[in-house]
Design a protein around this ligand. Structure first.
Ligand SMILES: Cc1ncc(COP(=O)(O)O)c(C=O)c1O
Length: 366
């Protein structure tokens, strides 16, 4: 049997045509028309006013912190239940993370967020929230807390492109937000990211920093340091082709989730990641927890059948890298990590692939 991957790239079929256009124009690098088109397609789809195509979402978060003036010794709140790329920029800026645990939504707990703000040694300047596995977090409450406390809100929408809350796209609720086009995401450019904001000046500043902070002279003049963080025109061409099928990809990922649910509904010890009220996740990955079964046993068995699956993210406060960071938690994310699994969820999977995965799980659990 061919390997079933967790979330492999899924091309629309238009990518090579657009890449050929790039080659014909010889705008291979650095920038070019497809970069603008890709940014516009993100703006049009999400409703974000300003988008900036970058080499990664991690780079986007770095630029966001820099533009918002977060630096040495500042405190930045963040979801602990996330991937390292969500928070590594806090370290790039020599700032201090304060990790906040999840609630029953699996995403950041607004109650613990309030507690974290109270317990912080100094007022935190920003909060980075992750919309985990493509499900949006409790934005109404989080926005209210950030407004009341005067804390910048940054959405890590790396995994949630196409997800919405009250009908509004994730990534458009905050001061700044990022989407990722890493190889395993719902859309991919092989690697890449997009920074979005309502604030044009911030995006202009981020663009300046992303292109080596080159001043506007004929010669190369620098008053501050920047980065080489822009996306190439070749990759943006892939992005434009991928954006054309975003809606279809979201529908298929949601369908895959529903098929898993249907196939595994007899197993009462399984709980799927919930979706909060009035939201529509993109179900980037189908994730679930077991009450009694060790998920590592399932991962091992699936691997024997050439099927890739993974544990849930290991929370940041459990990482050796952050052993001395402040964490406000009640153990929820640790429990999720220890009992949960990500199932193969690529939009190119067949219905039969899902049945095969479920049959293996049923062999162990039922
Ligand atoms: C939640 C989350 N944040 C940030 C990132 C970083 O994205 P990138 O790989 O584009 O830097 C990823 C994935 O890679 C992610 O899953």
């Amino acid at each position: 049997m061919d390997r079933i991957f967790l979330s492999p790239p899924h091309m629309s079929g238009k990518e090579q045509e657009y890449i050929a256009e790039v080659f014909e124009s010889n705008y291979i690098a650095p920038l070019g028309a497809f970069v603008n088109r890709f940014e516009e397609s993100i703006e049009n789809y999400t409703g974000a006013s300003n988008a900036l195509a970058l080499s990664s979402a991690t780079a986007g978060l770095h630029l966001a912190l820099r533009v918002l003036g977060i630096g040495e010794g500042d405190y930045v709140l963040a979801s602990t239940f996330t991937f390292i790329g969500s928070v590594s920029a806090i370290l790039y800026q020599n700032a201090q993370p304060i990790f906040v645990d999840s609630d029953e939504s699996w995403n950041i707990s607004p109650g613990l967020l309030k507690e974290a703000i109270q317990k912080a040694p100094r007022k935190p300047k920003a909060l980075i929230v992750t919309h985990l596995y493509g499900q949006v977090c409790k934005l109404d409450e989080i926005i209210a807390i950030c407004k009341e406390e005067g804390i910048y809100l940054i959405e890590d929408a790396a995994e949630s492109l196409g997800a919405s809350y009250h009908g509004q796209q994730s990534g458009t609720f905050s001061d700044m937000a990022v989407y990722s086009f890493n190889g395993n995401k719902i859309l991919t450019t092989s690697g890449g990211g997009m920074l979005v904001s309502e604030n044009k000046e911030w995006i202009e500043k981020a663009k300046f920093l992303a292109t080596q902070a080159k001043e506007d002279y004929l010669h190369y003049e620098h008053k501050e340091f920047g980065y080489n963080y822009r996306m190439s025109n070749v990759l943006a061409a892939i992005g434009v082709a991928q954006m054309e099928v975003l809606e279809v990809r979201v529908d298929r990922r949601r369908e895959i989730f529903e098929l898993y649910q249907k196939n595994l509904c007899a197993i009462h010890e399984i709980q799927f990641m919930p979706e909060i009220q009035d939201s529509r996740g993109n179900r980037w990955l189908t994730t679930l927890t077991f009450k009694h079964t060790n998920p590592l046993k399932i991962i091992e068995l699936l691997e024997k059948e050439n099927i890739e699956s993974r544990p849930l993210w290991k929370p940041m406060h459990m990482q050796p890298l952050f052993h001395d960071a402040l964490v406000i938690g009640d153990g929820t994310s640790q429990r999720l990590f220890e009992t949960g699994i990500c199932l193969p969820s690529g939009s190119s999977m067949s219905d039969q692939d899902i049945v095969s995965v479920c049959d293996i799980i049923k062999k162990v659990v039922l």
